[in-house]
Design a protein around this ligand. Structure first.
Ligand code: PMP
Length: 405
């Protein structure tokens, strides 16, 4: 339809003019050289922006499990979970995830995005307190797009609370009708700001006002807590959170998403969420990789310790070089740039001149003036790699901009 094609062209032109047009950088992720990736011309690029946070996507236990599962079961699941797409490894993985978070049951989705979108919209479209009472949903201002999609796709009355602001959350909870069902949706580690939610404080408020809690641990699972159960495990509050959601695609190094919670709640979502029912399940080889990875992560404390040691080392090196770091209490190390074009330019020069890759994070992902480069050092980033990064950034970012910060 020509009118729509014309509309697309005009919209794309406008997106490009605003500097918001996204392009892909094709880099081959490789088991034998991670965190170096390989360009189509064969040259290597040192990647600082992978969400394979603890390099489990390259770990021999995960790779072997995927290869063996593919050899035995082939590459695709061959159906939805209800129609020939459930193999024993899917069930085992769900049981493992439930146990990781200390919950009765788990449910896998095709991605973390879908798990948030499908679960939140399903819950918030029910009327547990009768037709007179819609859900009141309290959503952190910096929640991920997938949670927002689930919340917006429901009939809930939505209140956005200021990011990590317990006082604001309480004032909104207090103002909501006492009889209405309430749900607080929030993340633990916020990946763009590198900060962590006050989980215990949110649980206190949820208990005081009778609200259900929905926590996205996508950027924490596998890394935080004594066994990688996330910040909720680290802070000892997992039992106070009703639904813990996560991804298999970041620290676990595989692909897919999941929710865990009470058996009846999870069974209800399994039985009614269309984003779960009407889609092909994740391949058994992917489930096998995830399962092997989680079992490994639960007892490999050294890898988690190394991740945090590497992150703290990079933060200290940024500070020593006068590089304007955004304060971070997590494993994510954002560098403040403050201008979209400069952010892109720094990223481009890092790539072209120094063979390093760090994603520029620009508006609308972060507010204007808060543009940044986001670094995620992992256990395989060495001191030499970090020194090379600091040298490169010190050459690219003008001295006055560094010291002024
Ligand atoms: N939640 C958060 C906070 C995320 O950052 C992301 C993806 N970056 C998701 C959910 C979606 O997870 P997935 O990539 O597995 O779809």
């Amino acid at each position: 339809m020509k009118v729509f094609t014309d509309h697309c062209r005009r919209s794309l032109e406008s997106i490009k003019e605003q500097g918001r047009y996204r392009t892909f950088t094709a880099l081959q992720k490789r088991v034998d050289s991670f965190p170096y990736y390989v360009r189509p011309d064969g040259s290597r690029i040192l990647v600082w922006s992978s969400n394979d946070y603890i390099a489990m996507g390259n770990h021999p236990v995960a790779v072997a499990a995927a290869c063996e599962a593919a050899r035995v079961m082939g590459t695709g699941a061959g159906g939805t979970r209800n129609i020939s797409g459930t193999s024993p490894v899917h069930d085992e993985l769900e049981a493992e995830l439930a146990s990781l978070h200390g919950k009765e049951a788990g449910l896998i989705f095709t991605s973390g995005y879908v798990s948030n979108q499908a679960t939140l919209s399903t819950i918030l479209n029910t009327l547990p307190c009768g037709p007179a009472h819609s859900w009141q949903c309290f959503s952190d201002a910096k929640n991920h797009a997938s949670m927002i999609a689930g919340i917006k796709g429901s009939r809930a009355v939505v209140s956005i609370f200021r990011h990590n602001d317990l006082d604001h959350l309480e004032s909104l909870l207090r103002a909501a009708p006492a009889e209405a069902p309430k749900l607080i949706a929030f993340e633990s580690v916020y990946s763009m700001d590198a900060d962590i939610a006050p989980l215990a404080g949110i649980c206190d408020l949820a208990e005081k006002y009778g609200a259900m809690t929905y926590l996205d641990e996508v950027h924490a699972v596998g890394m935080y807590g004594p066994h990688g159960g996330g910040v909720s495990e680290r802070d000892g509050v997992a039992h106070r959170i009703d639904i813990i959601e996560g991804t298999l695609g970041k620290a676990i190094g595989a692909h897919g998403g999941y929710v865990t919670g009470d058996a009846d709640v999870i069974d209800f979502i399994r039985s009614t969420a269309s984003g779960f029912i009407f889609t092909t399940s994740i391949p058994p080889m992917t489930a096998a990789a995830a399962l092997a990875s989680i079992r490994h992560i639960r007892q490999d404390h050294a890898r988690r310790a190394k991740l945090f040691e590497r992150a703290e080392t990079l933060k200290a090196m940024f500070d020593a070089a006068g590089l304007p770091r955004i304060p971070s209490v997590s494993h994510i190390v954002p560098l403040h740039i403050g201008e979209a074009s400069l952010c892109k330019a720094v990223s481009q020069r890092l790539f072209d001149e120094f063979g390093m890759y760090a994603t520029p994070i620009n508006y609308p992902t972060v507010p204007r003036g808060e543009e940044r480069l986001r670094f995620t050092p992992g256990p395989l980033h060495t001191d030499e790699m970090m020194t090379a990064l600091i040298d490169a950034l010190s050459k690219i970012i003008p001295l006055e901009r560094r010291r002024a910060a």
